[in-house]
Design a protein around this ligand. Structure first.
Ligand code: ATP
Ligand code: MG
Length: 439
């Protein structure tokens, strides 16, 4: 097979429309408009990458990458609704309402391994910014299944790497030398796992070996980029399968070292994590929203609890306070690997530190929990703990029921007195009592 430009020909295998199943119905009208207009203006216009792969598999692609020999400026001249983005390598974004079609000019292939100026000590690519032709563009792509070009001129597919057969055989195969390609960009290890999980493909043996050899290089990847990858890995509806593959291939421990340590030690935590992953997948498949802070909270829960106990043995504080403190410290550690934006760490800390408060089912304190801005997430988290036996079913049921009650019924259930009554003051005093130990 021809997976390397240095020992293969640069002629593509052209698969005519009659010999493949990719129909234009799988592509959005906006993507087709962009392709047709480029083509009419005399440029080459292809769809490339994930959308061609997914169309072949009838998976209804949602984002569309266009590749062309027109320069970004030439693209801009053709489309009024176009913005150029990126300084190092310019891309054109053509906007249609909420949809954006990304149009990239063909780029030259990755440079030689011996060229010191282009890669760091471990072989990571630092520069990759020269325009080229399609037969150069193809070799810098990652997997063969991501390297098919759909030509709008005659609806044929251009295949330089054997991707067409690899998709049919359900194989994840790297273009070029897997060891070198993983060193160039260690994120490819995560991408390989992600596509294997999403498509139910098998990872080619040399790719598995390259992951084994290079998993530690993930620590060189900027933490912000890993957060983006984290979202793609765990919020695409295949979180559980992705997790299993990451775990089996030693990549999960590179992303979440503290979590991984607890997972191997505590079967309960593994069950809890799995329940959360399944829950996330169910939500995504049902079209419900998911927030990364929930799963991050799940991943960090065991390390946070462990540290909270240590902090509580060192200094007198409530269980909630110790959880809040420990969340802060564990998050700070985790940020070295994956940078989690503050808009997620702050609510996550609240969600975790509210957990012991579900034990208090009476008085103003219980009412306040119900009214807390983070109640919903904390409640979902608690219900999940109850599902795997880490919280009592009775507690979960109580908080489920209480939400359906009217204000008056709630006051009754929480055994609240009338405002200003003696009962109210006594509940305040009760708050100082040592909280119950969490199950
Ligand atoms: P999906 O959109 O389902 O995540 P995709 O394959 O379209 O999958 P993108 O991240 O949208 O993935 O990238 C588009 C294309 O760019 C890929 O198909 C691949 O050809 C190329 N590509 C993306 N990231 C890399 C990388 N790290 N190394 C090499 N090529 C890449
Ligand atoms: Mg894509």
């Amino acid at each position: 097979m021809n997976k390397n430009p240095t020992n293969g020909s640069r002629e593509p295998r052209i698969i005519p429309r009659a010999e493949h199943n990719v129909t234009r119905r799988e592509f959005s009208d906006s993507a087709l408009k962009v392709l047709y207009r480029l083509n009419k203006a005399g440029y080459q216009a292809f769809l490339v990458g994930g959308c061609v792969r997914d169309a072949m598999l009838e998976l209804h692609p949602k984002d569309f990458d266009v590749a062309t020999d027109a320069t970004p400026e030439e693209v801009k001249a053709l489309f009024g609704n176009c913005r150029l983005i990126g300084r190092r390598f310019r891309l054109a974004h053509v906007r249609f309402g909420r949809e954006i079609i990304e149009v990239a000019t063909f780029r030259a292939a990755a440079i030689s391994e011996h060229d010191d100026h282009h890669s760091d000590d471990e072989g990571r690519i630092l520069r990759d910014n020269v325009y080229g032709s399609i037969d150069e563009d193809v070799w810098r792509r990652d997997f063969t299944c991501n390297s098919l070009y759909y030509n709008i001129a005659d609806f044929s597919i251009w295949d330089y790497t054997g991707g067409f057969d690899d998709i049919k055989a359900k194989r994840i195969v790297l273009i070029g030398d897997p060891e070198k390609r993983m060193r160039e960009d260690p994120v490819r290890m995560l991408r390989g796992i992600r596509f294997a999980a999403k498509l139910n493909f098998e990872i080619d043996e040399p790719v598995v070996r390259a992951i084994d050899h290079h998993s530690h290089l993930l620590s060189n990847v900027p933490a912000a980029r890993l957060f983006d990858e984290f979202l793609k890995l765990f919020q695409a509806g295949n979180a559980e399968r992705t997790f299993d593959l990451l775990h089996d291939h030693g990549l999960f421990k590179e992303m979440f070292p503290a979590t991984d340590e607890e997972l191997t030690k505590t079967p309960d935590f593994m069950r809890f994590t799995r329940a959360a992953l399944q829950n996330t997948d169910r939500r995504v498949k049902a079209g419900k929203s998911v927030t990364p802070m929930f799963l991050l909270g799940v991943f960090l829960w065991a390390p946070v609890r462990k540290l909270a106990e240590i902090r509580r043995s060192e200094e007198k504080m409530s269980e909630s306070q110790s959880l809040s403190l420990a969340s802060y410290e564990i998050c700070a550690q985790q940020q070295r690997r994956i940078s989690i934006p503050r808009r997620f760490t702050v609510p996550m800390r609240e969600m975790l530190s509210l957990q012991p408060r579900f034990e208090f089912k009476r008085g103003k304190r219980a009412m306040k929990l119900l009214e807390h801005r983070r109640f919903r997430a904390a409640y979902d988290f608690m219900v999940l703990r109850a599902e795997v036996g880490l919280e009592s079913e009775e507690t979960a049921q109580f908080w489920t029921d209480v939400q359906t009650l009217s204000a008056a019924e709630r006051a009754d259930r929480f055994q609240l007195g009338q405002p200003g009554s003696k009962k109210r003051r006594s509940s305040r005093r009760r708050r100082r009592k040592k909280p119950a130990q969490e199950s």
